[in-house]
Design a protein around this ligand. Structure first.
Ligand SMILES: C[S@@+](CC[C@H](N)C(=O)[O-])C[C@H]1O[C@@H](n2cnc3c(N)ncnc32)[C@H](O)[C@@H]1O
Length: 230
């Protein structure tokens, strides 16, 4: 983060943000960190919030991971659910190349990776995931709309986001509060602003989600229930 201090300060003064290309090592760092989570709980810890999902994955469904980075989050379930067809998309050519390498090394034939801007139409899927991604995007609203359009009836969208408040003072007893706000200012918010985006930042939620509560029904589709877990 220290490497980008001056560009971030300049962006604060002059407007705009700092582009992804200024962080050549961040994706590898992120992949290392999230990979540990996926390896520790590749299926039970990440996928079961939706009832019946494991059974559907076992039978075989179409899965899309938005902002897949280096793709580990898809290579793990692709191996666990060989009847499902899995696709990971990311705007980063470097990330997609690494994802393809890992899939090849694992000999996976039911997974593919593509360089795609997730704000564009995405196709048609039974399960769409976005782990630690939405707050990075230049156009999060358009991506969420594209996800909604791409979900089949009974489709499931799993969005992994940070369980913290967007109000600095409400994170004072959060064990990762200072780190989250540092990531926000020095990376998440500024890369989005660098693309002329909305700059949500790492902790964009209004408040921490209530654990394991069902929060609302979608007013638009009528097909979607969602709940927050932490
Ligand atoms: C914080 S990383 C998360 C990566 C991965 N999901 C994980 O958990 O390791 C966010 C990812 O979003 C990708 N991204 C940013 N803007 C994007 C866009 N418009 N379309 C697709 N992917 C995008 C970045 O390249 C990056 O790999």
């Amino acid at each position: 983060m220290g490497e980008v201090e001056q560009p971030v300060v300049n962006a604060f003064r002059q407007g705009g943000g700092v582009p992804y290309s200024a962080y050549p090592r961040f994706q590898a760092l992120q992949a290392e960190e999230s990979g540990r989570v996926r390896d520790a709980a590749p299926v039970d810890g990440v996928l079961p919030p939706a009832p019946g999902l494991t059974e559907r994955l076992t039978a075989g469904i179409d899965v899309l991971d938005v902002g897949t980075g280096r793709g580990h989050a898809m290579n793990v379930p692709a191996r666990a659910f060989p009847r499902s067809r899995v696709r990971g998309v990311d705007i980063s050519t470097r990330g997609i190349a690494a994802a393809r390498r890992e899939a090849d090394e694992l000999g996976l034939e039911n997974v593919e990776f593509a360089v795609v801007d997730a704000a564009e139409p995405l196709g048609s899927y039974d399960l769409i995931t976005a782990f630690d991604v939405i707050h990075d995007l230049a156009r999060p609203g358009r991506t969420l709309a594209a996800v909604s359009d791409a979900l089949r009836p009974d489709g499931v969208f799993l969005m992994g986001e940070i369980a913290a408040s967007n109000k600095l003072e409400e994170n004072s007893d959060h064990p990762l509060g200072p780190a989250l706000d540092t990531f926000s200012v020095f990376y998440r918010m500024t890369v989005s602003l660098g693309e002329g985006g909305e700059g949500l930042g790492t902790v964009w939620a209004n408040r921490p989600p209530e654990p394991r509560s069902r929060r609302s029904a979608s007013p638009t589709s009528g097909r979607t229930r969602w709940r927050a877990t932490s």
